[in-house]
Each structure stands twice: as C-alpha cells, then as structure tokens.
Design a binder for this molecule. Structure first.
Ligand code: SF4
Ligand code: SF4
Length: 257
C-alpha cells in the first residue's frame, strides 16, 4: 500500500486566521483527508508525525531572531512549501512597524523592554527561504486553499485567478463605487479571491488580498488624486494589511513627504 503524502502546517507571527480557514474546510478536507496524512498541525491535533513532509503550509511572518532560524528548519523538512495569508506573503499588518524604528514602540508599549527579542522588521517567508507558491488573502479564500493543496499533491500548477477585484465586481453586476460614488477603492490593483465583498456593500476595497499580478498602482494613485485624495490619505490607503507587499509599499513611499 502507498504511504499517504504528509501535510504539515506551521505558524509564525500571525493571528491564526488562515489556519482557521483551513479548519473551516472540514467538509472539503474530508475528501482530501482520505488521500493525505495530516502529520503536523498543532491547531488541530497534538499528534505529530515526524518529517520530512511532502507539503508544508506556512502561516505568519518572520519577526524574531528565533523564527528567522526556525523557518530554515521548516524548509529543510519540507519537499514543497506554500505560504498562506498576508502575514506569510507580505509581512502582514505587523509590517507597519517596518516604516518606523520598532525599538521606539517597544520602549513605549512594554514595561520591561529587555525581555523583548524582536527584529526591527516583519518580513514575508520568501525573504528567508525558497517558497514554492504564495497564496494571498487576509484571511485566505478556502476554495483557493483547497485548489492549492490539491494541485501540489497532484504535481500540477495551482489555478488561482491572477486578475483584480474589479473582475469580481463585474461578475456580481456591482455598480463601481469609484465611478458612481467617488469612493477610493483599491479593487483595480487587488488580487481576486473575496468575490468583491466590500464594493458589494458600497465600500471601497482596502486591499486585504494583496497586489494582483502586474498592478498599475501609479495609474490608480493618479485617479485617486483627481478625485481629491491628498498624499497623506494615499499613503494610508496603500499602507494596510499588505503594506509591505512591494507594489503597495513603493506606492505609499512615493507619496510620503
Ligand atoms: S468598485 Fe472597486 S473593485 Fe469594484 S469595479 Fe469599482 S474600482 Fe473595481
Ligand atoms: S478589502 Fe478588498 S480584497 Fe478585502 S474583502 Fe474587501 S473587497 Fe475583498
């Protein structure tokens, strides 16, 4: 009898939301579970099967010297490594500290700063080790997650959409919040995956699925400026959950005085 492929799930600095998305796949995972062995998933079970693992899903960003070492151990133990969520693919909301000196925050927040061992920056996993595939989202979309797991277990390329949230708006017949209401929306440069959730409720997208493939952030900023958005607000718009994803980071820095 064939040994089942081993799946491991690892956590770094994060809120656990993407792991919860995985737990939320219980119905779909039942079908997948017949084909794989969930070998290491502390959020779901204390049972740990030794590596190496055929597929590792990594949640969270690297924020401490210890984690900067641990991710190399994870990589060595994994045949394929996929990062899941905004923290793992872009540094997450905690990367907002990358634009300041983190030591200043530590001295303000903690009574005994000497106990805090942290890096000055929160960085994506791909800044430290080779990553086979990055699945964006905060949290990730569970259909896309199942597709990625199934693709890697069957040695094929994952089929996740490269297009923007605007395409999802068109599919839902949403009236564009930028055109109809003059509301700034990051939808034109944001990766699809949420089924245009915010514009469907007449709100602008704030980019929680991160940059789409080849986003034209400069053109969007020019449009925002025509709508009366000031530089400070432009910085704030691009500096959210995916602030350290390169296209969003560069655009926010271009408008910072
Ligand atoms: S509302 Fe936003 S995401 Fe939807 S079509 Fe308009 S710009 Fe694109
Ligand atoms: S912020 Fe943008 S990507 Fe996130 S749920 Fe809203 S529309 Fe979707």
């Amino acid at each position: 009898m064939h040994a089942k492929p081993k799946l491991a799930v690892w956590k770094f600095a994060s809120c656990d939301g993407c792991q919860l998305s995985l737990l939320d796949c219980e119905d779909e995972l039942l079908a997948v579970a017949a084909e794989i062995e969930i070998a290491n998933f502390p959020e779901a079970s204390r049972a740990v099967v030794r590596g190496p693992y055929d597929l590792s899903l990594v949640e969270g960003s690297i924020t401490t010297p210890h984690d900067a070492e641990r991710i190399h151990q994870v990589r060595r133990a994994s045949k394929r490594l996929v990062t899941i969520g905004a923290c793992a693919t872009a540094g997450g909301i905690q990367a907002l500290r990358n634009f300041k000196d983190a030591r200043e925050f530590i001295s303000i927040v903690y009574a005994t700063p000497d106990y805090i061992h942290t890096l000055n920056k929160s960085t994506p996993i791909s800044d430290h080790v080779f990553v086979d595939f990055e699945l964006q989202g905060c949290p990730i979309n569970k259909t896309q997650l199942i597709e990625v797991i199934s693709a890697f277990l069957n040695n094929r390329k994952p089929n996740t959409p490269p297009h923007s949230v605007c395409i999802e708006c068109k599919r839902r017949n949403n009236v564009c919040v930028m055109v109809a209401r003059g509301t700034p929306c990051l939808g034109p440069v944001t990766h699809a995956g949420c089924d245009a959730l915010c514009p469907s409720y007449h709100r602008g997208c704030y980019g929680c699925f991160g940059p789409m493939e080849s986003p034209n952030t400069r053109a969007l900023s020019t449009q925002f400026a025509k709508m009366g958005v000031q530089d400070m607000e432009l910085v704030r718009l691009f500096r959210g959950i995916n602030a350290y994803a390169e296209p969003f980071r560069k655009e926010s820095e271009a408008h910072e005085k």
